[in-house]
Write a protein that binds this ligand. Sequence first.
Ligand code: ADP
Ligand code: MG
Length: 435
Amino acid sequence: MDIGQEVLKSLKEEITEIEYNRYIKFLAYDAKKSTSDLAIFYAQNALVSNWIKSKYTEKISHLFEVKTGSKVSVMITLKNQIDSKKSKKPTEEKTQHSLLNPSHSFDNFMVGGSNQFAYATVKSVSEKPGTLYNPVFIYGGVGLGKTHLMQAAGNVLQNQGKVVIYTTVEQFLNDFIRHLRNKTMERFQEKYRKCDVLLIDDIQFLSNKEGIQEEFFHTFEALKGAGKQIILTADKHPKKIAGLEERLRSRFEHGLVADIHPPELETKIAIIENKCRLNKVKLSKDIINYIATVIDSNVREIEGILSKLHAYSQLINVDIDLAFTKNVLKDQLQENRANITLDLIVQSVSKDLNIKPSEIRSKGRSKNLVYARRIAIYLCRELTQNTMPQLAQYFGMQDHTAISHTLKKINELMKNDEDFKVKIEELTNKITSSS
Ligand code: ADP
Ligand code: MG
């Protein structure tokens, strides 16, 4: 029995039989490709793989440590992914940076108002690399599809036989340090300056790292001078990245800077439908709509939600219906909202309505105060796990009946007053996206 099998056998003793039989039993350990600090396992499909990753990797890694006495990173993946990656000219240098995810294609990218500019830009440079805009700089929040888009261009160009390097700033830095240490800097420079397309993800991490900025600057100049396409992503506009050399900033701005916004409802729905298709999960229209309204913006959450739904429905053997979905998502929402506090809500309401937090929590009876207090109470009830007595205490009210009375009032208002409803929605969005 190899170490991987041993570990899985021990894991079997720690989890339920149902869990083991549904997920872990089919995990295959790759003794050949695994190394002393990396354990590779294959799962049957992407959903099971995601599920195992989120639920069991820590346990597995711990068991490895117990058995081998050293720290081991655990990689759960799909067999064909590693094989298809391998079949592409596996030179020694190529294994040093990340590989492109083949499912990040333009076809799988749903376009809407929030991302059409970024999409059009990246698509056009994938058709005419190095000639239109260089560099292309895509920025926006977490999970909005920046990596997906940049890799879609990478996939197109790689399939045409171009040498594409996709890397994060961290990998670029590690690679740099390794070559520096081994005194093989010419190889580092050759590798990055001779590629046809350079994709660097999350470039904001260059911030305050002078040495690597210097090296990156020369790489950048060499590539740009040779008409090679560069695509960069970041979480913010180049102007807003602190600790970035001026010459880099001005070069980033000199190409084409495109932003991505959180997707609007229709785009979210299209994304969910697409993910369902890709992962072979069947969901009804109303469930898809529900998921789309419940998640605020981070598209990455959609995958987590789908694998959760899929896994739970398998585990307890029920069909996925709306009630089931709501139940499963309850946890998800609570996780998302774990860092929303009463103080945070009161502060947001205070800022928005220009009323001091202490006044919102006071017993003042003026019309404005009562209005602000009601909104704050309602949001506290909706967005946190506090009970009515807890809220009564926080807002200095006699007891929970006062809270319950306020909530009733608000619910009536929500029904009859469209402006009020919009106000509440706006505030909810502000609070949930800032937390
Ligand atoms: P970012 O790099 O902006 O943090 P990613 O590119 O990693 O985000 O996207 C997170 C997940 O959401 C990925 O699985 C990606 O495929 C998916 N995704 C994001 N935007 C879209 C979209 N417009 N259409 C389809 N999938 C999307
Ligand atoms: Mg990314």
